[in-house]
Every structure is written in C-alpha cells, then in structure tokens.
Design a protein around this ligand. Structure first.
Ligand code: AMP
Length: 275
C-alpha cells in the first residue's frame, strides 16, 4: 500500500493505476464497517484507494472535532491488510490552506434532519468529498448506508455537479446485538452500550408498522415505545431515498430513519426499504 499525503503525488499515482479505481473516504478510527466498504471496492475494482482525514469543516464549534477518535497506525495496518492500494492521508493545511474559501452548499436536502440539528455539517461533507473526488478521480465512490442522509446529499451533489464517478452504497455492518458499528460507539458507557441496540429495534418496529398500513404518527409512537429509557429521541421518520423528503405513506425506495441522544453521544441508524 502506498501512503500519500500530497495532492499531486496522489493524482500521479492514480493516473498510473489500473482502472476501474474504487474510492472509500473515511475519517479513520476504522472498524469492520469501514472494511466492508473496502471489501466491496476490492470486489468491483482493480485499484482501491482510501482516504483518512478528520474533516474540520463538517464539525461545528461545539462538536467533537478535538476528541474524535484517531488511530492512524491502526488504520494503516487495517487498510493495508484489507488490500488497499493507495491511502491518501493529507493534513489539514493541505486540504484547507489559509486562502481556502470555496464551499459546496447542497441546498434543502442538507438542511433537514441531521442538517437541521447540525446546520453546517453537510456543507462540510459535500465540500470535502467534492475535493477528494477531484484529487482521486475514482470510477466508483463507495459510501455506507449507515449515513443515509449523507448518501442522498452526495448523490445529489454528484448529479448536480456532473461528477464522473458512480456511487455504490454498502449495507450497514452491525454488532451481533444489532447496534450499527460506528467510530463514535467508543463514547458509550456500559449502561448506554447495553441500551444502544434498541434504536435498531425501534426502527424495525416503525418499518413493520408502516408496512402494515399504520399511520406514520402511530408508527412513531410504536417505535418510541421500543426505545430504552436512556435514549432521547431526536427524530424518527420515513423519507424518500433520493430526495430525503418525508413520506406520509411508505413508497420505496425509502429509508426509515432515526436519531437519538444517549448521554453525550448521538446515534444514527436507518432501515432501507428497497423498491
Ligand atoms: P466515517 O469514517 O464515519 O466518515 O465513515 C466512512 C464511511 O464508512 C462512510 O461512507 C460511512 O457511511 C461508512 N460506514 C460507517 N459505519 C459503517 C457501518 N457500520 N457499516 C458500513 N459502512 C459504514
């Protein structure tokens, strides 16, 4: 595995690499969920590129940028063992030099749900992924279904800006008790960790209620009742998979989405409903 920190060196490496090139952007602190994206890329592409970059632009001032888990040596070993060919690991000054001013605003799709709670988040995500796509120029971009709104935002951005890469969405990898794997799960204490899987159970309750024809408000009440008492609801909803607009009646492809607070940690999860 070649490790590159420089934009121009990355371009030069990729220019010589066999195509198709698959690309997996990450913020590091890698877990098996990230590695399932690497495996999907390896299965479909001749060259696999990954990035590790904790993107300051997608964190608000009051969020966990300073404490976000970092383990570059561990990440490097996992990516190398996972068959990654090129690891792009720039520093902040490379991606955001002092003169940097351009950002990508995806509009309404980035202002609801996570975007309502974190108003600058998706601008940060869209900006860094646009820049990474310009540097790596992949044929296929691999994204996790775990971050459902991110998949919708980035697919919108890539269509709007005529980005050449195709997007492949990889199913969420879970712990055996159903909790979606996340770099932030390390923040949970023992009691919180024990209750955390109830988010996924509640989303399944909501999906089943919607599929049985119950109203959305009743489905949300049913789902809420399935949550452990430490989990505080931010939102539960059913949204169109492409526009991320709320649906009153289930119409696939859709996501049943949920976000909760568990102590100081926010947990996000979703259930996919295929067309
Ligand atoms: P992050 O490092 O959190 O920015 O995530 C990098 C990529 O890994 C994103 O496309 C995430 O959606 C994806 N990802 C995170 N957790 C999981 C998971 N449990 N299963 C599959 N993909 C995941």
């Amino acid at each position: 595995m070649e490790i590159v920190t420089d934009i121009f060196a990355t371009r030069a490496l990729i220019a010589r690499a066999p195509r198709p090139v698959g690309f997996v952007p990450t913020m590091g602190a890698l877990h098996p969920g990230h590695l399932s994206l690497i495996n999907a890329a390896r299965a479909q592409c001749k060259t696999v590129a990954a990035s590790v970059f904790v993107n300051p632009l997608q964190f608000a001032a009051n969020e966990d940028l300073g404490t976000y888990p970092r383990d570059f040596e561990g990440d490097r070993a996992k990516l190398s063992a996972g068959g990654v060919d090129v690891l792009f690991a720039p520093d902040v000054a490379t991606m955001y030099p002092p003169e940097f001013t351009t950002t990508v605003d995806v509009g309404e799709i980035g202002r609801t749900f996570e975007g309502a709670i974190r108003p600058t988040h998706f601008r940060g995500v869209a900006t860094i992924v646009a820049k990474l796509l310009n540097i790596v120029a992949p044929d296929v971009l691999f994204l996790g279904q775990k971050d459902a709104q991110q998949t919708a935002v980035l697919r919108r951005m890539m269509a709007d800006l005529a980005c050449a890469a195709r997007v492949e969405i990889v199913p969420t990898l879970r712990e055996t008790d159903g909790l979606a794997m996340s770099s932030r799960n390390v923040y949970l204490n023992q009691d919180e960790r024990a209750q955390a899987p109830s988010l996924y159970r509640a989303l399944q309750v909501m999906r089943d209620a919607m599929e049985a024809g119950r109203s959305k408000s009743q489905a949300v009440i049913d789902a809420h009742a399935a949550l452990g008492d430490l989990l505080q609801l931010d939102y539960f909803d059913v949204v169109d998979a492409d526009t991320y607009r709320p649906l009153d009646v289930l119409r696939a492809p859709a996501f049943v989405i949920g976000a909760v607070r568990l102590g100081a940690t926010r947990l996000l999860d979703n259930v996919w409903i295929a067309a």
